[in-house]
Design a protein around this ligand. Structure first.
Ligand SMILES: [Zn+2]
Length: 387
């Protein structure tokens, strides 16, 4: 009996989330459309929509005629009904923004500085002050904010909000979630940056309606994340996807993680610039691409090797997870307009035959917005229970 009750509760909640998701993703939708799309009974759909309207999450908009004499009322999300805050920290930037119930950024601000040179107390203060400023300057109704999601590069115990390790910020065992929550009085969740980017792309970006999405980020580090059925695949300790630290050459170059020959040492921005500097004074990734574009063979060789290892990364991810879509993003993809095409061309020869044609490569739609939107989405999913 008890189990039966639990099952019914579970189904009710699942249906409510499904209806809410349909209203969120389809800008004009009627109750009748939802019946068709879900196979639920008209009575159930009316009851669920009624609940969502009572909760203030959904509202009725215009009436439209469908065929002769048939009228339907359209439904839409009440965007200002629930707000969340997303924040992002890396070695050069702290960003924070207010996100509405439809995943839109209402207001955002950022601070660019050498963040990694500061103590973690100072960084936490900067993050909290920026979030306070964003809330004040945005003019939103603060009582509508249900939570805050912070993302950063590193290994995060997302159940406690503790940063176990971030080589980029030089952090180890930092109780970030607890500190920020105490200072701001807002429920806070912390997660890895690539995981929240993948979540954002899967709900609001290029991965809408995609069932198995892998996102790979090529930039200051190399990381991946997998979204299955709208959820982040975390593994046992939230480290799933840390492909950049798989060992390629045990005697290879040192990685910032302290081990040798990690896959990312063959790819990351800093290492490409360091390699280039062996030949010619180089300050940025763009310069290396310009030298290659002008036919300087040493630069062509650096880029070509980097591309090879990027494709090895993609091939490994698709061998491990067999996703239907791979989203590639990061500073290396953005550095040069031809990069996505070059990756796809090289991948043709480096993909295992069995996997050819089983996946599509797409580029990020949200770009750098994915951090704020993803952090906010995680906060929404974690702290907002509609029952
Ligand atoms: Zn490493």
């Amino acid at each position: 009996m008890e189990n039966n009750k639990l099952d019914q509760g579970y189904i009710k909640k699942k249906n409510l989330h499904l209806v809410l998701k349909l209203i969120k993703t389809n800008k004009s939708i009627s109750r009748a459309d939802i019946v068709k799309m879900t196979n639920m009974s008209p009575t159930s759909v009316s009851r669920i929509v009624g609940n969502l309207i009572d909760l203030g999450l959904v509202r009725e908009t215009e009436t439209y005629s469908k065929g002769v004499g048939r009228k339907a009322i359209l439904l839409e999300i009440n965007l200002k009904s629930i707000l969340t805050v997303g924040a992002y920290i890396n070695k050069h930037i702290v960003k924070a923004g207010i996100v509405d119930f439809g995943g839109g950024i209402l207001y955002e601000e950022k601070i660019e500085s050498e963040i990694d040179k500061l103590s973690y107390d100072k960084i936490i203060n900067i993050v909290c002050e920026l979030i306070k400023k964003v809330i004040n300057n945005s003019g939103v109704d603060e009582s509508k904010i249900v939570g805050l999601g912070i993302s950063l590069p590193g290994i995060i115990d997302y159940s406690t909000g503790n940063v176990l390790m971030s080589t980029q910020l030089k952090w180890k065992d930092i109780q970030l979630g607890r500190c920020v929550e105490e200072k701001l009085g807002i429920k806070t969740i912390v997660d890895n940056d690539v995981k929240v980017e993948a979540l954002a792309e899967s709900i609001y970006g290029v991965g809408k309606n995609i069932e198995k999405l892998a996102l790979i980020s090529f930039g200051r580090g190399v990381g991946s994340a997998l979204i299955v059925g709208g959820n982040i695949f975390r593994g046992t300790t939230n480290i799933a996807g840390e492909i950049g630290h798989t060992t390629i050459d045990p005697n290879g170059a040192l990685c910032p993680c302290g081990r040798r020959g990690c896959l990312q040492t063959f790819i990351i921005e800093d290492n490409i610039i360091a390699e280039a500097n062996k030949v010619k004074k180089t300050n940025s990734l763009l310069e290396v691409f310009e030298y290659a574009h002008n036919g300087e063979q040493w630069a062509v060789s650096i880029i070509d090797r980097c591309l090879t290892y990027m494709c090895i990364t993609i091939n490994t991810v698709i061998c491990m997870y067999n996703p239907d879509t791979v989203v590639i993003k990061g500073s290396l993809i953005k550095a040069f307009p031809d990069m996505p095409r070059l990756v796809e061309e090289k991948l043709e020869n480096l993909t295992w035959d069995q996997l050819k044609g089983s996946f599509q490569i797409l580029q990020s739609q949200l770009g750098s917005k994915a951090h704020i939107v993803g952090g906010a989405t995680l906060a929404l999913n974690t702290f907002c229970d509609f029952d």
